[in-house]
Design a protein around this ligand. Structure first.
Ligand SMILES: *Cc1c(COP(=O)(O)O)cnc(C)c1O
Length: 232
């Protein structure tokens, strides 16, 4: 069943309008609140990149998965939930990517804790694009300084930007937020030409995000179905 969902999502992803010179966007499967068995099923269907919201949950699932499926060791893991500085050590050890870097203190902590025997940690700077007081992420005018700090740390690799635009029933407002993110990305790329990732768009709106320039979309419910224990 999950293989069918994966096919459906991939089809939408491939059909989404995008500039002809841009490579197909990457699909990140958001595993929050899903069982290790569900992750293993999606991995068996060919999905290799997964997103986690909580460091603790990620650690537990990784142990479970290793027992369930030895091939799971080859999967790629992205932290997409808010990261407290006191969890930076665990996050630096567990993840291939951290998409929620939004302050200098966190840059320093991740750089300090990424082990020398690991590849550099891929980093996205999270931007609070709709200036929501309740949301994490840096202000757009803080991107350049944070990017400089990430780029200066050998243990980290700056890959681009991530955003969670304010939920809105009006697609026009979300489209506008995606556009502003793309502008931030293009501006950052002029200083850091190697960056390649703009992570935005979820189950509800990923085709729209792709049309506005997303290079990675983060999809949970459209792949796994509704999250257990939660409505919607
Ligand atoms: C849950 C979550 C998603 C996926 O949301 P769906 O609506 O399930 O596709 C994407 N990004 C972040 C940061 C999330 O927390």
């Amino acid at each position: 069943m999950l293989a069918q969902n994966l096919n459906d999502v991939r089809q939408l992803l491939n059909n989404a309008a995008r500039a002809p010179d841009r490579p197909p966007p990457r699909l990140l499967a958001v595993a929050k609140s899903q069982s290790a068995a569900a992750v293993a099923e999606l991995a068996a269907a060919g999905q290799c990149a997964f997103g986690e919201n909580y460091v603790q949950e990620a650690a537990a699932r990784r142990t479970e998965l290793a027992a369930l499926d030895p091939a799971a060791a080859g999967l790629e893991w992205h932290l997409i939930g808010h990261l407290q500085s006191n969890k930076a050590r665990d996050a630096a050890a567990l993840f291939d990517w951290v998409q929620t870097v939004d302050r200098e203190k966190l840059v320093a902590a991740l750089a300090r804790h990424r082990r020398g025997d690991q590849l550099p940690l891929n980093v996205l700077i999270q931007v609070n694009i709709d200036d929501e007081t309740s949301k994490h992420g840096c202000a757009p005018d803080a991107i350049a300084g944070l990017a400089r700090a990430v780029a200066a740390a050998p243990a980290l690799r700056l890959r681009g930007l991530m955003a969670i635009p304010a939920p809105s029933p009006e697609s026009r407002r979300r489209r506008d937020a995606f556009r502003r993110m793309r502008a931030c990305f293009d501006e950052l790329q002029r200083v850091h030409p190697h960056i390649d990732t703009l992570s935005m768009g979820m189950s509800e709106d990923f085709p729209l995000a792709i049309a506005e320039g997303a290079t990675m979309v983060r999809v949970g419910r459209a792949l796994f179905g509704a999250r257990p224990g939660k409505a919607g």
